[in-house]
Design a binder for this molecule. Structure first.
Ligand code: NAD
Length: 476
């Protein structure tokens, strides 16, 4: 193990208020019944702030504000003027990037290296990208004058708090909709800082409204009669409940749900690069990634060298303080998520798979899980079928490309997949056959605002990102 001196990023750059209200009609307001909940730092269990919990009356108020802003201001504003606001927001995100990155790592537990180099730059990139579309909707291929839908209800999870907000809000505003967004209950802080950024950008009141709270707040929002569009990212279970609740209504819905991606390593793959891709695929963001490469499929002939190299690499991963720039794996986002990861991993052991983690010291406070692999996994094992949403990899083998495809597709999900091979023709052959919304070739977890992202099967429907991402917010 290499030893490094700790290199923590300073917290002094962020000011966290002791409490936050709801962001409705351009101002922070108290919830009608005064309810609140705490948000904590998962790396230390320190309480960071007290957050307002929105009830049905508050959701009513937020939807009414979004409706008024839609009718009176935003839907009437020329696209080139909407673009100016989006560019302004994008630039402020860049200017306040360090503050946003530190706050994201504090509230979520993800390493600062990732929030600083991946999350926040991508957030700004999404706003820049969709700002560019705002005055070009007539050229997006959806007819000469595509109309917005109205008020969008947006509910997001905790794994990429600000990035999921950007994926939702940037295309919605560019297309001329107004929004009410509910962040996840464990990670509300960057959404609330984003609300301040909307104020700083002079965004007209009511165009963006942020209501904080847990599942009940989300339910009140998506079931509200006043919303025209629902965009949900989260678990397949809640996604199904939402689809049932709005069936038969006029609301347009997009669902980005869970995943269980296969990362397929052929014998002609460059092993060192593939091992980096495996590590990135499952240990990036503690494995709290819907498109994580959580099922490794290795061709039998290279199983031994791939496994040996993977274990060597895993022994070098540093788990600990998310604000330390040396950290590779930060804290698990909540006690509840840690419990789910533990329970499913224990079942993996009971079902006969062999469990391995490198020796690693975990901090005493906070929520931590060592990077873990299971070998000897079969398709029938629950760890191979169910989404663990943590730093846990199931390793399976295959002999032929056809068997790799059959195993990769043997899942209720269909969000993403990785293919590692030296042959371009094999990449195309695999990509044609894998039932996944995204297939990465000789890389993994690459995101760009211009490319659409979304699932097949129980991973949901609709696409976010790119030109396709506009379609979800237009009446086409
Ligand atoms: P979750 O479904 O429990 O929660 C997601 C959000 O929905 C939270 O804001 C939550 O408060 C809210 N919510 C809960 N119950 C609700 C209800 N009945 N009605 C409306 N809203 C409700 O999911 P989670 O455990 O927080 O997030 C992890 C899941 O998200 C994983 O399954 C992951 O794969 C998925 N995810 C998918 C994508 C994607 O793009 N496909 C991206 C990130 C995460």
């Amino acid at each position: 193990m290499f030893e490094y001196a700790p290199a923590p990023e300073s917290r002094a750059v962020v000011d966290i208020n002791p409490s936050y209200g709801l962001f409705i009609d351009g101002a922070f307001v108290d919830p009608a019944d005064g309810a609140s909940f705490k948000t904590i730092n998962p790396a230390s269990e320190e309480v960071l702030s007290e957050i307002a919990e929105a009830g049905p009356a508050d959701v009513d108020r937020a939807v009414a504000a979004a409706r008024a802003a839609y009718d009176k201001v935003w839907s009437r504003m020329p696209g080139r003027d909407r673009a100016k606001y989006l560019y302004r927001i994008a630039r402020i995100i860049q200017e306040r990037g360090r503050e946003l990155a530190v706050l994201e790592s504090l509230d979520n537990g993800k390493p600062i290296r990732e929030s600083r180099d991946v999350d926040i730059p991508l957030v700004a990139a999404h706003f820049f990208y969709y700002a560019g579309w705002a005055d070009k909707l007539a050229h997006a291929g959806f007819g000469p004058a595509p109309k917005p839908l109205g008020v969008a209800a947006q509910v997001i999870p905790w794994n990429f708090p600000l990035l999921m907000l950007a994926w939702k809000i940037a295309p919605a505003l560019a297309a001329g909709n107004t929004v009410v967004l509910k962040p996840a209950e464990t990670t509300p802080l960057t959404a609330l800082l984003f609300a301040e950024i909307c104020q700083q950008a002079d965004l007209p009141p009511g165009v963006v409204n942020i209501v904080t709270g847990a599942g009940e707040t989300g339910r009140a929002l998506v079931e509200h009669d006043g919303v025209d569009k629902i965009a949900f990212t989260g678990s397949t279970e809640v996604g199904k409940a939402i689809a049932r609740a709005v069936a038969g209504s006029r609301k347009k819905v997009t669902l980005e749900l869970g995943g269980k991606a296969a990362n397929v390593i052929f014998e002609d793959a460059p092993i060192d690069q593939a091992v980096e891709g495996i590590v990135n695929g499952i240990f990036f963001n503690q494995g709290h990634v819907c498109c994580a490469g959580s099922r490794l499929l290795v061709q039998e002939s290279v199983y031994e060298p791939v496994l040996a190299s993977l274990k060597r690499r895993m022994a070098r991963l540093r788990v600990g303080d998310p604000l330390d720039k040396n950290t590779d794996i930060g804290a698990i986002n909540s006690a509840a998520q840690l419990e789910r990861i533990r329970a499913l991993s224990d079942i993996g052991g009971e079902e006969g798979a062999e469990r391995w983690s490198p020796p690693c010291e975990l901090p005493d406070n906070g929520f931590w899980f060592a990077p873990t692999i299971f070998t000897g996994v079969t398709q029938a094992h629950r760890i191979a079928r169910e989404e663990i949403f943590g730093p846990v990899l199931s390793v399976l083998t295959f002999r032929t490309p056809a068997e790799a495809v059959e195993k990769a597709n043997n899942t209720p999900y269909g969000l993403s997949a990785g293919v590692w091979t030296d042959k371009g023709s094999r990449i195309l052959w695999m990509a044609d056959r894998l039932r996944a919304g995204v297939v990465w070739a000789n890389t993994f977890n690459k995101f760009d605002p211009s490319s659409p992202f979304g699932g097949y099967k129980e991973s949901g429907y609709g696409r976010e990102g790119g030109r396709h991402g506009l379609e979800a917010y237009l009446d086409v």
